[in-house]
Write a protein that binds this ligand. Structure first.
Ligand code: FAS
Length: 395
């Protein structure tokens, strides 16, 4: 049976950043990843890095390509009633910028840097199962390269996303789950077309929300509000462009660049949190512990934030036997998780068309407009939006 100090399940942003930060403290880890390296380095997901995420990656030598190729982002364009309102969040939040840099590029960087530093990542690890989580030597069994393997650890980090095995490995009755499903979904679109603006657009139109997100100078990410139970077959390319043109239009004749759609899918708008984020020697991080609607571009940033907290707590334990960080891990992460849940929920309800069957919907639509006007016109409201959107420092 092989042995390591920390067994990490999942090579997403949480698992890979954790492995890097642990290595800096001389703590050994093995990352077990279900899919191939090629697959995870092509998997399109998030694309906006909070200021504090950029600073973490930069300060740990993980951001060289990110800083070179990422697009600095300093404000966002809020559209409603045909008018545009720019929220200059960098000016409103102490000069902090965000960076547009695709998640799959960051994953590729983290894998390359980890392997170059001699890190241990097992790709295509199948049938991963966790054992003895309430003991001092938890074990992970799995299959790789056609053979059964076993890894004994001091700790297991469950960084395997919403559909992983870590959360379900916690005995029934231990976790409390909180969830909400929003009454709409998103059509996520990736198009081979340069961005039509240099900043992100959030637009509320009578036909629904539309988002113009950036990715690179040649690729653009768009989102369209759809029914919660919609299917991608209902969204042929010409309907997508028609809806994007209509919903993003402004009174001053702004035009949308169009091009070939290279990927489209439906994303559910859900919120999910487990408490606590640990069981015995299992510490759960990232999407395995919480999901936020992608409205506020928070999921990946929150995953990396959990990894930062867990790495510091494990370093204290190994260096001095101080377990206070591990004891406080869940509470420390959950303060930020719930701050981000509240912001993402508030933003989602503010910029989506409310379904007709919602109780008191006429009244709620007027509230929505009042919220948008307030964020667009008030410096204080803009500053609060900026602090949350760019990444609140201390929660
Ligand atoms: P991840 O899911 O990224 O990584 C978990 C890893 O564990 C994966 O590589 C998976 O293959 C592996 N794994 C799973 N089960 C396993 C098992 N049994 N054994 C071994 N390995 C296993 N967030 C944003 O901020 N902005 C966005 O625009 C955005 N868009 C998104 C679009 C989609 C379609 C999805 C699904 C998510 C999106 N997100 C977005 C959220 C997303 O970026 C997550 O928050 C982020 O990937 C979380 O990182 P991790 O917690 O590391 O989990």
């Amino acid at each position: 049976m092989a042995r390591t100090q920390v067994g990490i399940v999942g090579a997403g942003p949480a698992g890979l950043v954790l492995a890097h930060l642990l290595a800096e403290h001389g703590i050994q880890s093995v990352v077990l990843e279900k899919y191939s390296r090629a697959y995870i380095e092509k998997r399109v997901r998030a694309g906006l890095l909070e200021h504090r995420t950029v600073e973490l990656l930069r300060s740990h030598g993980l951001g060289e390509r990110m800083l070179r190729e990422g697009l600095a982002h300093r404000g966002t364009d809020l559209r409603f009633g045909g008018a545009r309102h720019r929220i200059p969040y960098t000016d409103l939040y102490g000069g902090r910028e965000m960076l547009v840099y695709a998640q799959q590029e960051l994953v590729a960087d983290l894998v390359r840097l980890r392997l170059a530093a001699g890190g241990d990542i097992v790709f295509e690890a199948e049938e991963v199962a966790l054992h003895g989580l309430d003991s001092e030597s938890p074990r992970i069994t799995y299959r790789a390269a056609g053979e059964a393997r076993e890894l004994e650890c001091d700790f297991v980090a469950g960084c395997d996303g919403f559909h992983g095995v870590s959360r379900p490995s916690v005995p029934a009755g231990v976790l409390t789950t909180y969830e909400q499903r929003l009454p709409f979904g998103w059509v996520g679109i990736l198009a081979a077309v340069p961005p039509s603006t240099h900043e992100i657009i959030y637009a509320l139109h009578a036909r629904g929300f539309a988002g113009h997100m950036l990715r690179t100078s040649e690729i653009s990410r768009f989102y369209l509000q759809c029914d919660a139970d919609d299917v991608i077959e209902n969204w042929p390319d010409d309907r997508i462009w028609e809806e994007l043109r209509t919903r993003l239009a402004t009174n001053d004749g702004w035009t949308l660049k169009e091009g070939p759609i290279i990927e489209k899918n439906i994303t559910e708008m859900r919120s999910f949190v487990i408490e606590p984020m640990r069981y015995g020697r299992l510490y759960i991080a990232g999407d395995a512990a919480h999901i936020v609607p992608p409205t506020g571009a928070k999921g990946m940033n929150l995953a990396i934030s959990d990894a930062r907290v867990l790495a510091a707590a494990l370093a204290d334990w190994y260096q001095s036997g101080d377990d206070s960080g591990l004891e406080a891990y869940s509470e420390t992460c959950l303060r930020r998780v719930w701050r981000v849940q509240e912001f993402s929920n508030w933003m989602s309800w503010m910029i989506h068309c409310l379904p007709d069957d919602l109780p008191d919907v006429a009244y709620r639509r007027r509230l929505q407009l009042a919220q948008l006007e307030y964020v667009a016109r008030s410096a204080a409201a803009g500053a609060s939006f900026a602090e949350n959107y760019v990444g609140i420092e201390d929660v």
